[in-house]
Design a protein around this ligand. Structure first.
Ligand SMILES: Cc1ncc(C[n+]2csc(CCOP(=O)(O)OP(=O)(O)O)c2C)c(N)n1
Length: 856
């Protein structure tokens, strides 16, 4: 494909790599300089302690492999993009985000840092108070402000042009890349994977991503596995595997691996007195490999095949081109280069000297263009960033055209164009008609998850042409009861499909893989490149991905402050097959911890919906798909026998407002009256038990003729349909607390929560309630293979516990006497014991419980 492909390894290149080698020298110099220099940025005078930063932060060792890769990619793309339009839609993902100094150096050279953080582009607000102009001053700012409190971070981040992967928590790279290339037909995601990163569970399963992505209708990932052999403090597993083992492994995983051994102690190009990078051979080999890979990718795209997708295994020295050894210890090609070598350069003169020698070895001053000292010229050049010149022409010539640069790819940043492919959303009444028929209150059998299935099916249908929607699920589409989507869309599978396999095709847009981590990585990659996706999973195992959600929130929070990033759809998760009803599985499948986790984040970007029934589920879904830049979780049960508590109108209001008193289940209040007791339900099963508890209480008072006593207190039912994570600095958080405080007033409160009780407690505390006036119940780790009622009894959230609390509280308030209290409590206990006896004998809840209806 290249116009001048080099012939043989030993042959002298027909390419002129002189510019590339210089480009690479800049990348490596600027990478290193970012750790150390606060002044004398280009070593124009002898290096002194006063030039060295007070804190030496960052990661050197991992930066150099990616630097080599970046320089080569630019070289290759610049040669080929003009003649081959298929090579213009390319993004770059850096798995080990700590290798950021190199990426940052490249972004400066590509002028994309100047585009976003220079003074030139008036449309883009510079979030920094220093300019990154494309001149020495701008480059000095890049070096100086690396890893500083108000400057650049030490890892790739949302402030990094072209990045949508933070890479701090390792392992996401391939999954993110997979999400990005899905339904982006022409996209090629070049993805650098670290060999330490490759030991993580997420990455280990992500090699399989290509089995869900046919390369004809989707883009393709080109993995470049940077095998530098070391992690933080020792060798990597992959670093000590033989080439045969590596080849066998990756062939088995479905790739065609090409190994490039560029290590100084094993390859024939080593030259310890000079950078081996100054020789042509390693560059010829890399260009040959890139050409082979891109050619093969474009070939495979014609058939959609993904078996045998090319990948490069780049074996390089960790800390490549850096200090070789110090005080008898090997630094380059060893884990000791991982962070900042010569970390005592500020206090140890010998280390300072060694640092100076090392930095000088790149001869940075030879690389600047000759006319940059002409200050008049400089001012003129600043006006037009693309025409500015800082380095020698042969270096600047390597940078691809602006719109084809990996860092400026419009799938990732908006650049003034519409990146977010808006979703057409269903008309809810159409969905209700299909699933519920009559949406008025009804004690019939309605499954919220059936409704979810129909809703998502409708979303697939409406967005068929735009191909901007996917569902990600760990093998649970059927199990979570959303199989209605298969009437519209299939599961993706790019391996052999047997005649008896169901709902599966090479083109499906439902991704079912039993790796929650890889799925969420795919989902975030899909979303951050402008599309929409739901992750549907068992509640108990959603916790597997909590740290991924935490990381995503950090990304969102920073991205939301950067105007050139543009909007993205929300990260939508449905947690179902919840712990309260776990008929097939029992104790191991009972864990609402994901709710605690997301609600404990200090942010106003996280909402968790707890719709009380199927109709409310519809309204919650509508909110989720229409929201932007947020994290939404929907928590709802999947069983069929759920009543409808509310009219459509009440439901809509209930979801809109996040909490409402439901009059049907509450005592009527006269003007200026307030509730003495409020029973609060959060979650479908828990709310039902509250309502049943109120009903049971009313019957009890009736049974014993306690008419006067019953009239003497007002009992209300509050349903909370949405909890948001709290941000102490946010108005929204204060509003919620105020509203809750107003509703509950001075009432005594009993609250039944779907998750762990302590998570809900905080909201009442924030609302100003005294903790002794609020009794919060929830999942207290009691469970097993048992019935729904028994789960409530075990966790003290049952209707009997509601009634018992009412009776106790009335006694405390002196509204009933001791005698009444005692016989009511005896009655409650007796009824509960009868139910337990029934369950023990028949293994199901009694008919009385199963057929219970409010007030009937
Ligand atoms: C999931 C996760 N576990 C642990 C770490 C801590 N950590 C940071 S860098 C690193 C070693 C990474 O090795 P590699 O991916 O090979 O990166 P490189 O050698 O290229 O720097 C580790 C363990 C992390 N960032 N993420």
């Amino acid at each position: 494909m290249t116009s001048k492909t080099p012939k043989k390894k030993s042959e002298k290149s027909t390419f002129d790599f002189s510019g590339l080698k210089k480009y690479l020298r800049i990348l490596n110099y600027v990478s290193a300089a970012q750790f150390y220099l606060k002044d004398n940025f280009f070593l124009e005078e002898p290096l002194e302690v006063k030039h060295i930063k007070n804190r030496l932060l960052g990661h050197w060792g991992g930066s150099n492999g990616p630097n080599f890769i970046l320089a080569h990619l630019n070289f290759y793309l610049k040669q080929n993009q003009k003649t081959n339009s298929k090579l213009r839609d390319i993004i770059f993902l850096l798995g080990p985000g700590h290798a950021f100094p190199g990426l940052q150096a490249n972004l400066f050279l590509e002028k994309s840092l100047t585009y976003y953080y220079g003074e030139i582009n008036k449309n883009i607000k510079n979030i920094y108070d220093f300019p990154v102009s494309y001149d020495k001053e701008g480059l000095a700012n890049v070096i100086k402000h690396f890893g500083s409190p108000n400057g650049f971070p030490t890892h790739a981040s949302p402030v990094t042009p072209g990045a949508f992967l933070e890479g701090g928590e390792l392992g996401y790279s391939l999954a993110n890349a997979a999400g990005a290339v899905m339904d982006n037909k022409d996209l090629i995601a070049v993805t650098v994977v670290g060999d330490g990163e490759a030991e993580t569970g997420t990455l280990a399963t992500s090699w399989h991503a290509s089995k869900f992505i046919n390369s004809k209708d989707n883009g393709v990932i080109l993995p470049i596995f940077n095998l530098n052999g070391y992690k933080i403090s020792g060798p990597t597993i992959f670093g000590r595997m033989s080439n045969e083992e590596l080849t066998d492994l990756f062939k088995g995983l479905g790739y065609e691996p090409y190994i490039l051994d560029a290590r100084s102690d094993t390859n024939i190009y080593a030259n310890r007195n000079n950078h081996d990078l100054e020789k042509d051979n390693v560059h010829i080999l890399m260009q040959e490999l890139l050409d082979k890979c891109f050619t093969k990718i474009l070939e495979m795209k014609k058939t959609g095949e993904t078996k045998g997708l090319p990948m490069i295994i780049l074996q390089s020295d960790k800390g490549w081109s850096g200090i070789k050894s110090y005080a008898g210890e090997k630094i380059e090609g060893n884990h000791l280069s991982h962070q900042v070598p010569l970390a005592k350069a500020r206090t140890d003169k010998k280390q300072l000297k060694a640092l100076e020698e090392w930095l000088n070895s790149y001869k940075i001053n030879e690389l600047f263009s000759e006319d940059i000292n002409d200050s008049q010229n400089l001012i003129k050049k600043r006006l037009k960033d693309e025409n500015q010149v800082l380095f020698l022409k042969e270096i600047e010539d390597l940078v691809p055209e602006k719109m084809w640069r990996m860092s400026m790819n419009t799938h990732i940043q908006q650049n003034g164009k519409g990146k977010l492919k808006e979703l057409k959303t269903p008309n809810l009444s159409t969905v209700f008609k299909k699933t519920i028929l009559n949406t008025e209150k009804d004690w019939g059998r309605h499954s919220p998850m059936n409704l979810v299935g129909e809703y998502l099916r409708e979303v697939f249908k409406l967005n068929k042409a735009t191909k901007n929607f996917r569902v990600f699920s760990p093998d649970e589409t059927y199990s979570n009861k959303i199989q209605a989507i298969f009437k519209e869309e299939e599961r993706a599978f790019n391996l052999e499909i047997k005649p008896w396999d169901k709902d599966i095709s090479k083109r499906g847009r439902v991704v079912e893989m039993l790796s929650e981590n890889t799925l969420v990585g795919m989902q975030t990659g899909y979303i951050l490149t402008g599309r929409h996706g739901f992750f549907v999973t068992y509640e108990a195992f959603a916790q597997v991905v909590t740290s991924m959600v935490d990381q995503y929130l950090k990304f969102l929070r920073v991205a939301n402050e950067i105007n050139w990033r543009g909007d993205v759809s929300s990260l939508n998760t449905i947690i179902t097959s919840v712990g309260w009803l776990q008929e097939h599985n029992g104790y191991s499948h009972q864990n609402p911890g994901i709710i605690d986790n997301v609600l404990s984040l200090n942010s106003d970007l996280v909402d968790v919906y707890f719709p009380i029934d199927a109709v409310a589920t519809g309204y919650a879904l509508e909110k989720m798909v229409k929201s932007k830049n947020k994290i939404n979780v929907l928590c709802v049960g999947k069983d069929e026998a759920r009543p409808l508590f509310l009219s459509e109108k009440e439901s809509k209001r209930n979801i809109e407002e996040g909490m409402t008193i439901l009059n049907t289940f509450s005592d009527r209040l006269k003007k200026y009256e307030a509730y003495d007791l409020i029973v609060t339900g959060v979650g479908d099963y828990l709310s039902l038990e509250c309502v049943a508890g109120i009903d049971f209480t009313n019957r009890l008072f009736k049974k014993y003729g306690l008419k006067k006593e019953r009239k003497d207190f007002k009992l209300g039912f509050l349903n909370i349909s949405k909890l948001s994570a709290s941000d102490p600095l946010s108005e929204k958080t204060k509003d919620f607390a105020e509203k809750l405080g107003e509703i509950v007033g001075n009432a005594k409160v009993f609250a039944n929560f779907h998750g762990h009780p302590q998570t809900l407690q905080r909201y009442f505390f924030e609302a100003g309630k005294n903790i002794k006036d609020v009794d919060v119940r929830g999942y207290i780790e009691r469970g097993g293979i048992t019935t729904l009622l028994h789960m409530h009894i075990l966790n003290k959230t049952s209707r009997f516990h509601v009634a018992s609390w009412v009776v106790n509280t009335l006694f405390d308030l002196k509204k009933i006497n001791k005698l009444t209290h005692d016989f009511l409590q005896r009655d409650i206990k007796q009824e509960m014991d009868e139910e337990i006896a029934y369950i023990n004998e028949h293994f199901i809840d009694s008919e009385k419980i199963r057929n219970w209806k409010f007030g009937i």
